[in-house]
Ligand binder design. Structure first.
Ligand SMILES: Cc1cc2nc3c(=O)[nH]c(=O)nc-3n(C[C@H](O)[C@H](O)[C@H](O)COP(=O)(O)O)c2cc1C
Length: 255
């Protein structure tokens, strides 16, 4: 593991609201000194549909690939609501991660979601809630926002977000822009997420050090005396060991 963890922001945004939040998330993460990589979800809508919904040209940001995903120490997803759920391109991308599920490649990685809906009641909570199953099946750790930013208690104006993550309310025609309060909430989510990933990284490094020291101690003891039965310390399985374990799954529907 490198000294600085790398956090991926992976988003899908047609009209720019999710992208604006993504930029705030990026600045919040960077303020905590982690590496940040910004990716888009590959588009699956046809040109015809994109024209019908008046989609502007796609941003010049790299598409995420399944192979790349494994390299992240933490992943924050940005999703626009579609009928109270994640958009179909993101769902198609999740469906292409069967191979990673089979190898357990994403297991233990922290993850979180931010989002945009047209209306206040259009799915601010359900959009995230319905993606939790993907993360649970992958064994990822969902890091919620909670009520970590005081603007979340403000009922004097429209303020997107929920305990699941930062959000904005775009209005039906997309005319409402992300407010300063929503931007501040996104920054809080990013800072808290970065702290979580940093804490995990420090903990993992410490654990590895302790395991190494324990192994060395056992080896030294074994060399000095032959009467005690050697004790094998538990250690974090390697990627190869994880893959070998999953090969034992009799009916695997993965790629
Ligand atoms: C097919 C479709 C379904 C949508 N369903 C919902 C919905 O259920 N609730 C809602 O509030 N907004 C809904 N919207 C509005 C989008 O959530 C909104 O355009 C999006 O949050 C804007 O994000 P963006 O600017 O990043 O593209 C829908 C939009 C489309 C195109």
């Amino acid at each position: 593991m490198s000294s600085k963890p790398t956090i991926f922001i992976i988003f899908y945004s047609i009209y720019g609201h999710v992208y604006t939040l993504a930029k705030e998330i990026q600045s919040g993460l960077e303020s905590k000194g982690v590496n940040v990589k910004l990716y888009q979800i590959p588009e699956t809508l046809s040109e015809e549909i994109l024209q019908k919904i008046h989609a502007p040209p796609r941003r010049d940001i790299p598409d995420i690939t399944v192979d790349e995903l494994e390299k992240a120490d933490g992943i924050i997803w940005g999703l626009p609501t579609r009928f109270g759920l994640a958009d179909s391109s993101t769902k198609a991308f999740f469906d292409s991660t069967g191979g990673l599920w089979a190898s357990g490649a994403l297991a233990g990685k922290p993850t979180s979601v931010f989002f945009s809906t047209a209306g206040q009641h259009g799915g601010q909570e359900s959009t995230v809630f319905n993606t939790i199953t993907y993360f649970a099946h992958h064994g990822m750790i969902y890091v919620p926002l909670g009520f970590a930013n005081p603007h979340m208690f403000d009922n004097s104006e429209v303020v997107g977000s929920s305990a699941w993550g930062a959000g904005t309310v775009a209005h039906g025609d997309g005319s409402r822009q992300v407010s300063d309060k929503e931007k501040a909430i996104a920054k809080t989510q990013a800072e808290n997420f970065a702290n979580f990933v940093l804490t995990m990284q420090k903990g993992k490094n410490l654990l590895q050090q302790q395991q190494q020291q324990q192994e060395e101690k056992i080896n030294n003891n074994n060399n000095s005396t032959t009467t005690t039965a050697p004790v094998t310390p538990s250690k974090t399985p390697t990627k190869q060991e994880k893959e070998d374990k999953h090969k034992g799954v009799s009916k695997c529907f993965c790629m």
